[in-house]
Design a protein around this ligand. Structure first.
Ligand code: DP6
Length: 337
């Protein structure tokens, strides 16, 4: 097979086998990404902090071939209509541009959790796709290059590439070359328990992308930006020092700011369901007596973090509300399988 030309003039001499598989975990933000300075390549206004969730996994196989006339995506056995794969298209186009490949790519993806319910399946999906498709194309990208590539599909996917607890640097460059995530601590740095509580399994009525855009018209948008400008530093310090009280304060404040902002859009965006509120109230009460805290991304499901000694109590609270849940830990970054 012919060597692959690179834009830089370099060539890949090893023949890529054009097929590779990778897994990536969903991540949940402690200090959130909300609002884009560039909508095309998902550049955020602020740095964000998140952790990978061990039990929420997307596994993707990418295969470049000459037989197909367009890129394709199959999720859990269902073919996604061509008009809905725009996010992945950006990743695949970037790989074609870097390598000179002309082939199309078919991605087969499996999620072990529900799509579009605020559990960041786009993050794990785009991260796994970026790793599998770039490897299959013969590219050996380093972690920050992979994180930037995954970001093109979905901003939060940048954080599903590195290990454990991660920080996505917003960067300042127009081309996004300094906007990628790095690991700030491995999964075993802090042996917290994670509960992912499924409050709703109905898809969100609005995507994060659209909700972010609308939030910029809220009368509180500027206040939100001012209030969150140091959120990533505060959250990172809490994590590095394993200071649960500081983590709780940072995470609760950041979560409430985002949801309050969404509620002040016109028309209002309400991600919370009644059961989300009920559970949050339980957790806020419990957090005064023990080391437990919670957050929600752009959906109704609630993610709870707690110290080892507290998990039986937290579990009882969730069971008392009759909600399905997954108990898990902080997860690893994306990897080839
Ligand atoms: C609330 O990464 O899904 O989960 O870049 O438009 O794909 P796009 O948005 P997405 O937004 C995630 C928003 C959030 C907060 C976070 O994960 O930081």
């Amino acid at each position: 097979m012919r060597p692959l030309p690179f834009q830089s003039g370099k060539t890949v001499t090893d023949t890529p086998n054009l097929k590779a598989s990778a897994i990536a975990h969903a991540n949940i933000a402690v200090a959130k990404y909300w609002g884009k300075r560039n909508n095309e390549i998902n550049l955020p206004y602020t740095d964000s902090i998140a952790f990978n969730v061990d039990a929420l996994v997307t596994e993707t196989t990418a295969c470049w071939n000459d037989d197909d006339f367009r890129d394709g995506l199959v999720i859990n056995g269902w073919e996604v209509p061509a008009q809905n794969i725009g996010r992945l298209q950006r990743i695949l186009d970037a790989i074609r541009q870097k390598t000179g490949l002309t082939q199309r790519c078919i991605l087969h993806s499996k999620n072990n959790f529900n799509l579009a319910t605020g559990l960041a399946s786009s993050a794990s999906g785009c991260a796994a796709a970026a790793l599998a498709a770039s490897k299959a194309a013969g590219l050996d990208l380093n972690e920050s290059e992979l994180s930037s590539l995954a970001r093109l599909g979905s901003g939060s996917a940048a954080r599903s590439i590195p290990d454990g607890w991660t920080r996505w640097h917003a960067g300042t460059r127009e081309d996004g070359s300094d906007s990628y995530a790095v690991s700030i601590a491995p999964p075993n740095h802090w042996p917290l328990h994670v509960f992912v509580v499924q409050v709703s399994d109905t898809p969100k009525s609005i995507s994060s992308t659209d909700a972010m855009r609308k939030c910029q018209d809220s009368p509180f948008w500027q206040t939100y930006l001012n209030e969150t400008k140091d959120a990533a530093d505060i959250a990172q310090n809490a994590i590095v020092q394993r200071d649960f009280a500081a983590l709780t304060a940072a995470m609760h404040h950041n979560t409430m700011l985002l949801h309050a902002l969404a509620m002040t859009c016109q028309p209002p965006i309400l991600f919370l369901a009644p059961k989300s509120l009920e559970l949050i109230q339980h957790i806020l009460r419990s957090s005064q007596a023990m080391q437990v805290c919670c957050t929600l991304d752009a959906g109704a499901n609630v993610v709870i973090l707690c110290e080892e000694v507290c998990w039986p109590f937290v579990k009882n609270d969730i069971i008392a509300l009759g909600l399905p849940y997954i108990q898990t830990h902080i997860g690893h970054g994306a990897r080839l399988i």
